[in-house]
Design a protein around this ligand. Structure first.
Ligand code: MTE
Ligand code: MO
Length: 373
């Protein structure tokens, strides 16, 4: 069993797949913490978790002209300044279960919790690339490719890439992280080193990082070329052509209600609704609207979060609204929707954004509850 060496996990996680391990926390627990405790942080693994000996670990960085830099964990920690970034990570498949209720899709049946936030500590990718001999080129069409140390039975590793200009940009804050919330990365989250690409889909945040190279082509990985792409609702598995769509990178604005859970009974008089809201590309969420009546009337929620510079708002906002329940109401259809710094909004229903892979499911989130008499 290639999964026999996987680490132990928290019992509160809702498991979507055991081998490979994919799991998310219950919404009520997710919404409790601005920084998600690592044991509750969602886990998205395509392959067995590799065992990496930190003393033997060596990151290979292929420089220009065939020169390869080999960096131990100590080299990374001693030769480059340490930086910390609070960033939210979201899987492209978060909230897929809402999409599969419209029409079946292929993929793990994620609820609303394939998203989490951590304070990541490590070194700037751009510092390491500069050390390997690369210089910033704003017009570059090249890509920085990453490969993990996790492999399938044929020896194929997980891989992904991001644009070179993003990797080198002083504003993009791309980290090679060895810490999560002030401690060493847990094995499930990429020990000893992972890429953190703030504002960019989870899939590019390669864990157990083994190798970096720069190429005129995107990563040849299946997960870059033939997965994690969006398509029209009219495209099905007989007609899909993966070469026609760009790889998902920055994610669209989203939000969800973490409390109360669907089907709960809430007290009459007053209800408190809690949730998260986030947008990709450093576009912070500027407002969250909440409705108790299915979207007819709206109130603005209170948001809490970390102050981050405009264009570099990498972390989510947690939000909350306490509102009176109109007398005589027996059921509430609670809805939330967020607005980001570019005034992007969420689509009101998921049907028109349905796609065969069930990615980018970011419509208004509904939770229906009963009001106690
Ligand atoms: N990196 C490697 N090496 N192997 C993987 O399976 N999964 C990716 C990404 N990096 C993956 C990986 C996907 S799809 C997501 S959503 C995030 O890791 C999940 O990160 P997490 O498990 O730390 O939440
Ligand atoms: Mo993902």
């Amino acid at each position: 069993d290639p999964y026999a060496g996987d680490p132990p996990r928290h019992p509160a996680l809702h498991v979507n797949s055991l081998k490979p391990f994919n799991a998310e926390p219950p919404g009520e627990l997710l919404g409790e913490h601005f920084l998600t405790p690592p044991e509750l942080f969602f886990k998205r693994n395509h392959l067995p978790v590799p065992h990496v000996d930190p003393d033997a670990y060596c990151l290979k960085v292929e420089g220009p002209g065939g020169r390869t830099l080999s960096l131990s964990l100590q080299d990374l920690q001693r030769r480059f300044p340490k930086h910390e970034v609070t960033a939210t990570l979201q899987c492209a498949g978060n909230r897929r279960s809402e999409m599969s209720r419209v029409r079946p899709v292929r993929g793990l049946d994620w609820g609303i919790s394939a998203i989490s936030t951590a304070r990541w500590g490590g070194v700037w990718l751009r510092d390491v690339l500069a050390d390997a001999g690369f210089a910033e080129e704003p017009e570059s069409q090249r890509h920085v490719c990453f490969e993990g140390l996790d492999q399938d039975l044929t020896g194929t590793a997980y891989g992904a890439s991001i644009p070179f200009y993003q990797a080198m940009s002083a504003r993009a804050d791309v980290l090679l992280a060895y810490e999560m919330n002030g401690a060493a990365l847990p094995r499930d989250h990429g020990f000893p080193l992972r890429v953190v690409v703030p504002g960019t889909v989870g899939a590019r945040n390669v864990k157990w990082l083994g190798r970096i190279w720069v190429s005129a082509e995107e990563s040849p990985s299946h997960w870059q070329r033939n997965d994690y792409k969006g398509f029209s609702p009219g495209v099905d598995w007989d007609t899909v052509d993966y070469t026609t769509a760009p790889a998902i990178q920055e994610l669209p604005v989203t939000s969800a209600i973490t409390d109360p859970p669907p089907g709960a009974t809430v007290a009459s008089g007053e209800v408190t609704v809690k949730g998260y809201a986030w947008s990709g590309g450093g576009r912070g969420v500027v407002r969250v609207d909440v409705s108790l009546d299915g979207g007819h009337t709206w109130q603005v929620a209170e948001m809490q979060g970390e102050q981050q510079p405009p264009g570099q708002v990498w972390a989510w906002k947690l939000w909350q609204l306490t509102a009176p329940v109109p007398p005589g109401t027996t059921e509430l259809d609670i809805v939330c929707k967020a607005v980001d710094a570019s005034y992007n909004v969420q689509p009101d229903t998921v049907g028109p954004i349905w796609n065969l892979r069930g990615v980018l499911s970011h419509a208004w989130h509904h939770v229906r509850v009963t009001v106690a008499e």
